[in-house]
Design a protein around this ligand. Structure first.
Ligand code: ATP
Length: 437
């Protein structure tokens, strides 16, 4: 059986739309560039992804969670360096007025939109933060930003969390939430958008132990992606060296994924020293020292090891990795199947009565299955077509209720990946499914 992977982003965009994973935002109005809406299967998949991340982070004694607000005091973004420094170099084409990120294109070449030669302006800084007004009076004092990352909501709560949870170093704070960046060139589907979700964790350590923490968290984060089913040949490390390393970081590694548009960053694991806490201490005038009872009550600012992954970007990797075409070109045998890890699959089981006549009994079975598994019931079309539909949404198991089921109280369970079918007694069905999901 021949099998090929996704070749082009358009295959994913098309399947995502056709099968109710992801729609263009405001589509009936012609869409809004770089904004996407998650449909019924997309939101299940995304929730599953967030849930595995949240569990991996917080089902440990040394990490707790927060959910901070999107709007923060404007001084936060001055302290963090975002007001002055969160810029990308922007160039315009003088002919067609298209805008590009200078570091992402070769400006010695013709404009890739209109083909004009030597048409690019000199690069200038463009701040990526969205701003808006808070309150009814439009004066500059009410200017607030939509957070461009969730991390600052963690830093400013460092002492609140440490004190209320009576945490000792090393410990971490995790958060999932929306972030906004006015990207110059969004694109590649949900890879780079202007509104997205981040899953970030800041791990606070005693200065000097950041190298060890980096090693630990690199392993944890790599293994998390592998446990979600990403194939190891599609992920790799990229170490930041030289100019690439942010001025506040003493080490930084990205996990890159082989996206349909090429290798690109999926997650960053960065050793940020005490830069953020030091800045917030300076700008707020509040003492953010940690008192180390294990070291003669010494007071110091902890160092921070950050793990930061875009939920949507990670979901794109999950979609790309799961997408397989089997027996391509063979009219009878070709199928597209999303080989999601069972824990991520939006639907776990589909119950399919062979014919309409079996509706009542099959519905009884479905109602029972649905108590324990995210399940779907499908009565419409040939059984082959229904299997194909479930394959495309990545349902690990299809349960077919046929005429024999009325006699032997058993059903046929079809495995999504191997397509093998097994007769399983209804009394044993839930156990059978639990063991395999
Ligand atoms: P890039 O170089 O791609 O712009 P970055 O290095 O600025 O990304 P970080 O600030 O480290 O990204 O953000 C952490 C993570 O958040 C990234 O690894 C990515 O998964 C996600 N992310 C950042 N910007 C976007 C975006 N515009 N759309 C979707 N996800 C994003």
């Amino acid at each position: 059986m021949s099998e090929s992977d996704v070749k082009d982003m358009s295959q994913l965009v098309s399947l995502a739309k056709r099968r109710g994973f992801i729609f263009q935002s405001s589509e009936i109005y012609g869409g809004l560039t770089s904004c996407w809406d998650y449909g019924p299967y997309g939101v299940e998949l995304k929730n599953n992804l967030k849930s595995t991340w949240w569990k991996a982070m917080t089902l440990r004694s040394d990490v707790v969670g927060v959910d901070s607000s999107i709007f923060m005091h404007p001084e936060v973004w001055r302290a963090s360096g975002h007001v002055d420094g969160f810029n990308d170099p922007m160039v315009d084409c003088k002919e067609c007025k298209s805008r590009f990120r200078e570091d992402k294109i070769d400006t010695s070449k013709p404009c890739m939109v209109c083909g004009a030669k030597d048409s690019f302006t000199e690069p200038r800084d463009f701040n990526l933060m969205f701003s808006t007004q808070m309150g009814p009076v439009e004066d500059s004092s009410a200017k607030v930003y939509l957070r461009p990352e969730t991390a600052q909501g963690i830093f400013v709560n460092f002492l609140n969390v440490q004190a209320t949870m009576r945490k000792k170093l090393p410990f971490g704070i995790a958060q999932i939430g929306k972030a906004f960046r006015n990207e110059i060139t969004p694109g590649n589907f949900i890879f780079r958008t202007r509104e997205f979700e981040q899953m970030e964790m800041q791990f606070f350590v005693k200065p000097g132990s950041q190298v060890e923490a980096m090693k630990t968290w690199k392993d944890i984060r790599w293994n998390w992606h592998v446990a979600n089913g990403l194939r190891t040949e599609n992920i790799r490390w990229h170490e930041h060296v030289g100019d690439e390393l942010a001025h506040y970081a003493d080490a930084a590694f990205d996990i890159e994924y082989k996206f349909p548009h090429g290798w690109d960053e999926m997650e960053g694991i960065h050793s940020r020293t005490d830069f953020d806490l030091k800045k917030h201490q300076e700008f707020s005038g509040k003492n953010l020292f940690y008192t180390d009872a294990a070291d003669n009550n010494k007071k110091y600012l902890p160092y921070v090891l950050e793990t930061s992954v875009g939920c949507d970007r990670c979901l794109l990797a999950v979609l790309a990795d799961a997408y397989r075409v089997e027996n391509e070109g063979d009219k009878d045998k070709e199928r597209v199947v999303m080989k999601f890890h069972p824990s991520l699959a939006p639907v776990k089981v589909a119950v399919l009565p062979l014919v309409k006549k079996l509706d009542e009994k099959a519905t009884e079975l479905f109602n029972d299955i649905q108590k324990d598994f995210v399940a779907e019931y499908d009565l419409a079309g040939s059984i082959g077509k229904r299997y194909r539909r479930q394959d495309e949404i990545g349902t690990p198991f299809c349960v077919t209720f046929d005429f024999d089921s009325l006699e032997d109280n058993a059903v046929t369970v079809r495995d999504r990946d191997s397509m093998t079918q097994e007769r399983v007694s209804i009394s044993n069905l839930k156990k059978y499914l639990s063991e395999r999901l």
